[in-house]
Design a protein around this ligand. Structure first.
Ligand code: ADP
Ligand code: UDP
Length: 240
């Protein structure tokens, strides 16, 4: 596998073409951003944690029947993935109220939800990733109806299974999965899980202390973001 030119540099990762047109190499950076890029910083070691944690979780999800973009970890920061056409939706699943859900609906962070929720944001940095529903996505022509309905069904079903699997994995290491964001893409006509699952894209709270072990430490200036990322990494046994 040969790494070719840089195709895209995002806020947290660089994406390179390869000599196989079906595959890309993603390289995870330590750059941290929040509030749609307004706040910038560095979380030392984050790229390694996110790369290895994401790969670890993708492998488990594959075993549970969820197709993902993961192909091969090249080194601690770089991974070969299937090149997908990203569905321009951020799929957000919540088990407890936090963040924008708490603000929008006026419920205290940490409030139990009677069932998990699923919402879509339109992946568009210029607009700040606004909340979107099926009617809006169809009205804007982001997808044709039949394409959208089948994709939505697949995405919602996969998201539910992923939530159940992840909740269990994190519960076993003393962490409550509060909420998280997924991205999906199309690969040869199939909808598969793409992007990353990491402390950048999930809220992890320690079950006992309710300490935040995720990017909120950076967003909210809670201190020691590095330590929090390392703690989750260590509890998953990935430091060995
Ligand atoms: P952002 O674009 O939000 O700044 P990143 O820095 O994480 O985010 O950049 C990675 C980009 O690569 C994202 O836009 C993401 O949607 C995209 N991506 C993730 N996985 C894949 C994949 N398997 N194929 C194609 N694009 C992908
Ligand atoms: N999230 C993400 N990328 C985004 C927006 C949200 O990974 O662009 C994740 C975030 O880390 C959290 C979940 O999605 O785990 C829900 O985020 P929320 O809508 O509460 O937004 P926030 O409070 O981060 O603005």
């Amino acid at each position: 596998m040969k790494e070719l030119e840089l195709m895209y540099e995002g806020k947290a990762k660089k994406v390179f073409k390869t000599d196989d047109e079906d595959l890309l190499i993603v390289a995870y950076k330590d750059d941290a951003t929040a509030f749609n890029g307004l706040k910038k910083g560095t979380i030392v070691g984050k790229g390694i944690v996110n790369n290895r944690m994401s790969n670890y979780l993708c492998k488990i999800l594959e075993e549970k029947g969820i197709p993902t973009h993961y192909v091969e970890e090249l080194d601690e920061r770089r991974t070969v993935v299937k090149k997908v056409e990203i569905v321009p939706l951020e799929v957000i699943i919540r088990n407890k109220a936090a963040g924008s859900f708490s603000k929008r609906l006026g419920v205290a962070e940490g409030t139990e939800l009677k069932c998990s929720t699923l919402e879509f944001s339109y992946k568009n940095d210029d607009l700040g990733d606004p909340l979107i529903n099926s009617y809006m996505a169809l009205a804007l022509g982001l997808a044709t109806k039949s394409h959208y309905v089948t994709s939505k069904d697949k995405i919602e079903h996969a998201a539910e299974t992923i939530n159940e699997e992840l909740k269990e994995i994190f519960k076993n290491i003393g962490i409550e999965l509060i909420d998280f964001k997924l991205e999906f893409g199309r690969y040869h006509g199939e909808i598969i899980l793409a992007d990353e699952i990491s402390p950048d894209t999930c809220r992890y709270w320690d079950i006992e202390t309710h300490d935040h072990l995720d990017k909120d430490r950076f967003r909210r200036d809670l201190g020691d973001a590095e330590g929090a990322y390392q703690e989750v990494y260590r509890r998953l046994g990935l430091d060995k």
